[in-house]
Design a protein around this ligand. Structure first.
Ligand code: NI
Length: 273
């Protein structure tokens, strides 16, 4: 169960009706008791699917006849083409701009935070949660875990989680090991490990067009896309990337929405099930 995602039907409808750029009402709504993985809210007829949302998104990708309008916060990824955008290594100076972009587009993403950076920008971390994003652990100081003892790995993970809790947000459930690097000791730490199947190599090329090109080339149903909100070139690429992914029929969700229930010690590269 991930009660964060269970929002009242009235709030869902309010969000659907909200004008472009209006703040999401979803985060302010209290949780209701509905099972995790509920069926997507469906408006209109049942033919093709484009992941269209109200406001900006609807104008950019107007629904054709027979297109379903889907509220991505309630989507069932066993039934639609979900993709998770993930942003590592923040929070950083560009993260606020990214949050503005995601809010305007009504997209929920997943941020894997470096614990040592959280105390410098705790307000951004609280905003992530308030805006409906998922916050995961990217360790305390981004060391390569496979070079550490079990105690060293545990310390990196525990300190990272503690730093996130210190920003007064929920304890992260998911771990992204730095560099995607893990071993059997990492798997014994008792948390789900979240890697990726689409690497934008944004840190290497630092070019917005390259981020978009690589993501669109490699994306599939269930993909987890790796990016970094520490790079202005990546943050600048996100509005167009969102539009193009939606135009291809993908629905953008958090990692927990994509995966559903997760197992401690299991390594996830995508959400195809
Ligand atoms: Ni990283």
């Amino acid at each position: 169960m991930h009660p964060r995602w269970l929002i009242a039907a009235s709030a869902v409808l309010a969000l659907t009706a909200a004008p472009a750029g209006a703040p999401s009402t979803a985060a302010a709504a209290g949780p209701v008791s509905a099972p995790q993985g509920t069926v997507a809210l469906t408006l209109g007829s049942t033919a093709g699917l484009t992941g269209v949302l109200p406001g900006d998104a609807a104008r950019t990708n107007p629904p054709s006849a027979g297109t379903r309008l889907i509220l991505e916060a309630r989507v069932d990824c066993r039934k639609v083409r979900c993709v998770a955008l993930t942003f590592d290594d923040g929070p950083y100076r560009y993260t606020g701009k990214l949050l503005n972009t995601l809010e305007a587009a009504h997209v929920h993403a997943t941020f894997f935070l470096v614990g040592a950076k959280v105390s410098k920008r705790p307000g951004l971390v609280r905003r992530m949660i308030a805006d409906g994003h998922e916050v995961g652990n990217h360790t305390w100081s981004h060391l390569e875990l496979t070079r550490l003892s079990l105690a060293g790995q545990r310390s990196q993970v525990t300190r990272g989680a503690r730093a996130i809790r210190a920003a007064h947000v929920p304890r992260p459930r998911l771990l992204r090991p730095p560099f995607g690097s893990f071993n059997r000791l990492t798997r014994s730490l008792g948390v789900p490990l979240i890697n990726w199947d689409v690497d934008t190599l944004d840190w290497k090329y630092q070019n917005s067009a390259s981020v978009i090109r690589r993501a669109l080339r490699d994306v599939k149903r269930g993909s987890i896309i790796l990016m970094h909100d520490t790079l202005p070139t990546t943050v600048s690429a996100v509005p167009q990337l969102i539009r193009k992914l939606r135009a291809k029929g993908f629905v953008l969700v958090t990692v927990s929405q994509l995966l559903g229930s997760t197992k401690p010690g299991h390594v996830y590269f995508n959400g195809r099930r």
